[in-house]
Write a protein that binds this ligand. Sequence first.
Ligand code: SF4
Ligand code: SF4
Length: 454
Amino acid sequence: MTDINTRHPLDLDAPRFSIRKPGVRCDKQGEMPDAERLQIAMQNFIKDFSRPVATYMESCIHCGQCAQACHFYVSSGDPKYTPIWKLEPFKQAYQREAGPFAPLFRAFNLKHEVTLAELEEWQELLYDSCTLCGRCTLICPMGIDIAALVGLARHAMFAAGLVPHELWAVAERAEREGSPLGATAKVLKERVEWLADEHAVEIVLDKPKAEIMITLSSIEIMKYPASIVALARVLNAMGADWTLRSDGYEATNFGMLSGNAQWQKDTTMKIINAAIACGAQTVILPECGHAYGALRWQGANIYGKPLPFKVLHISEFLAESVRNGELKLKRIGKSLTYHDPCQVSRCGGATQAPREVLGALGVELREMSSNGDLNWCCGGGGGVVTIHRADPLRYKTFEIKMHQVEQTGAELMATSCANCRQTFDDGQAHFNWDRTMDSLLELVAGNLAGKAAK
Ligand code: SF4
Ligand code: SF4
């Protein structure tokens, strides 16, 4: 029998490894009767209902193209991972209760009432096997925003206490402590002092007024602190007027990923309020995919009016700085392949920015077969990387990524999302893969040219 740890990761035709299938487990939060749990889920689903959602629910022509777009379906071949199927209970509830033919559906029982058992079964489909990557949304010929619908379905699941335990726990911790991984304001201050001392770099914390406010992801603070040093080096080299604020630094938004709209709002408002307090004209979002979407594309809706500052992903900021001559870089002179974070490229629109930066770094960019807006997800987004029972499935999807990277033959690989980087690091360890994911920001900081390099 092939062992998962010795089989070559790119040998996709080798016999399937032996992993004992995890038992179907449904996590629940809170004590409540089943009928009440079901009712809460459905009420919250209806609460989010809008005309676009109703249109989506009516539009599917069952062409199946979304299946081929989803890494969970493609890597497993299991039809239950077809993207639109992940919404079946909610589609069923819509058709029975709110669609134009609802009376008919009810009278002839063409669609039965959704049961709690179904929602429990669907927990795996809505959380473990969806990274909210939006590839299905892009492919669907009817323009159905399946990823957004999964996000809405998660609202209902959260309200009913039907969230995978680990994801619920990090979201709750983020709400309670201000960070999902324990990077509290106190921890941040200690880390910043230590990093500034250790790397002889000035890291500005809590400046009362600044043109630029930077934010971080807790993964960077706790796992990749070199990226904080890198960002400080770049900004200092440019002579920027910047600060990090202990009242609004955490950019990851597990409220959004878990499905708690209030927690999502709380996290977003901390950043908005901190930026307003220091008069920032620009807020830079870190190497974190979903953090970009949370503020750049959802921030104004949460704030209730246009944001009084510009929001840039770090790759956009770097590209802009290269373009206007504020950032000069040395040429690396190696071949490199770039992994697009789904939430920055496909869902965020900042696909060219990292490529512009890589151009300034003089790398020979070797694109993967599907790249940019069509990239394959690393498999760890949307909170999936936190869910332990999803690991075997996540590793299967990661094989797509490893295969793509190897096909390029590039010497280096880089990304601009700490969550993707963590997923790659985890995949590397799992498969004994001899590749290491670099951070775009750290590559830039390590190759500052001229006056900036001093
Ligand atoms: S958003 Fe991505 S992971 Fe989720 S169903 Fe669509 S393709 Fe699959
Ligand atoms: S691609 Fe769109 S229309 Fe086709 S099955 Fe999927 S959701 Fe339905």
